[in-house]
Design a protein around this ligand. Structure first.
Ligand code: NAD
Ligand code: LMR
Length: 336
């Protein structure tokens, strides 16, 4: 079927006048997320003072003359933005500045996700797939889900794909192979400096032979120290260098996350995604925790039965504890 015969789907991007959206909108609109034959109606939400900037983004999208983009709806009204959407990229929130921990954003940002949860509940399709990018992403996702009780909790996810991509890129550079040769890294837990980048189940294609990350990089000490710390602190390193938080890489990761969710993962591949925890691997239940997942028919499934090396266990407990604390703090902010 050609795209001319297919019904468009509605996709909302919040924070649409911001820097992540500036990269993300083009990736979505040219068909890299939902398929090259899937027409789109893009809903762009931002706050009233940003409407003029948003108008400029709308002009640029029109000027790209993209074949799949049927309509663009810029708005400051969540009821319009979330109406009938099949996919929601919740990017709009304050970014971290130099010296701030992601936790510092909590009081500024969680209220946004209560309002947007309520609007999704009222206006979105019941099968909407929601990706929270705005920080603290895991906790914002649980807040959003709580205020959208008519939408299944598994439809709310948080982005750790950027950390996942960072981990793949670090291993690829160290093993001197192209990035697509590295798969099945895992990011456990929170999208914060307590996250646990784990390469112990990664697969690396070295000259056509599949080997472990240990075999590919030949430096276990690096995998257990510099690799982990580089990925954990990469967001802060980008902020220190750019004086702004990551945007091009964050947009790419958001597109990767949603593409995997809509179109599925490759056979034998898993990706990292913040999803509502069922207690797998000892993670606290009911927080949005990043796990390795496989996806088919639009449904994610936590990969079960992986052996976790003792080395990672305390770190897994610490990131779980941080998520429980964030959840309690978020609820206190909302109820205050
Ligand atoms: P930005 O400041 O450039 O853009 C944010 C936009 O959101 C602004 O246009 C702002 O007006 C808008 N906004 C604020 N409140 C809103 C609301 N209630 N509804 C709709 N829009 C609203 O920031 P950015 O660099 O695009 O980053 C956005 C968020 O993404 C930040 O919280 C940042 O920390 C986070 N982030 C997450 C990851 C991740 O891996 N999960 C990676 C990078 C950035
Ligand atoms: C990132 O990981 O780059 C973003 O979450 C921005 C930040 O605050 O680190």
């Amino acid at each position: 079927m050609s795209h001319l015969d297919k019904q468009p789907i509605r996709v909302v991007v919040t924070g649409a006048a911001g820097q992540i959206a500036y990269s993300l909108l083009y990736i979505i609109a040219k068909g890299d997320v939902f398929g090259r034959d899937q027409p789109l109606i893009l809903h762009l939400l931002d706050i009233p003072p940003m409407m003029e900037v948003l108008e400029g983004v709308v002009m640029e999208l029109a000027d790209c003359a993209l074949p799949l983009l049927r309509q663009v709806v810029p708005t400051a009204d969540p009821a319009v933005a979330f109406n009938d959407v099949s996919a929601a990229f919740l990017v709009g929130a304050m970014p971290r500045k130099q010296g701030m921990e992601r936790k510092d954003l909590l009081s500024a940002n969680v209220k946004i996700f209560k309002v947007q949860g309520e609007a999704l509940d009222k206006h979105a399709r019941k099968d909407v797939k929601v990706l929270v990018v705005g920080n603290p992403a895991n906790t914002n996702a649980i807040v959003c889900s709580k205020y959208a009780p008519s939408i299944p909790a598994e439809n709310f996810t948080a982005m750790t794909r950027l950390d996942h991509n960072r981990a793949r890129a670090q291993i690829a550079a160290r093993a001197n192979v192209p990035v697509p040769c590295v798969s099945n890294v895992i990011i456990w837990g929170n999208h914060s400096s307590t996250q646990v980048p784990d390469a112990s189940h990664a697969k690396v294609n070295v000259n056509g032979k599949m080997v472990s990350a240990s075999e590919a990089v030949k430096d276990e000490a690096w995998l257990r120290k510099q690799f982990i710390e580089t990925v954990q602190k990469r967001g802060a390193a980008v902020i220190a260098a750019r004086k702004m938080s990551s945007a091009m890489s964050a947009a790419t990761a958001a597109a990767d996350h949603m593409r995997s969710w809509f179109l599925g993962t490759d056979p034998d591949e898993f990706v990292s995604m913040g999803v509502v925890s069922d207690g797998s691997y000892g993670a606290p239940k009911g927080v949005v925790f990043s796990f390795p997942v496989t996806i088919s028919n639009g449904q994610w499934k936590i990969v079960q039965g992986l052996k976790i090396d003792d080395f990672y266990l305390d770190m897994l407990a610490a990131t779980g504890k941080e998520l429980e604390e964030e959840r309690a703090e978020a609820m206190a902010v909302i109820q205050a």
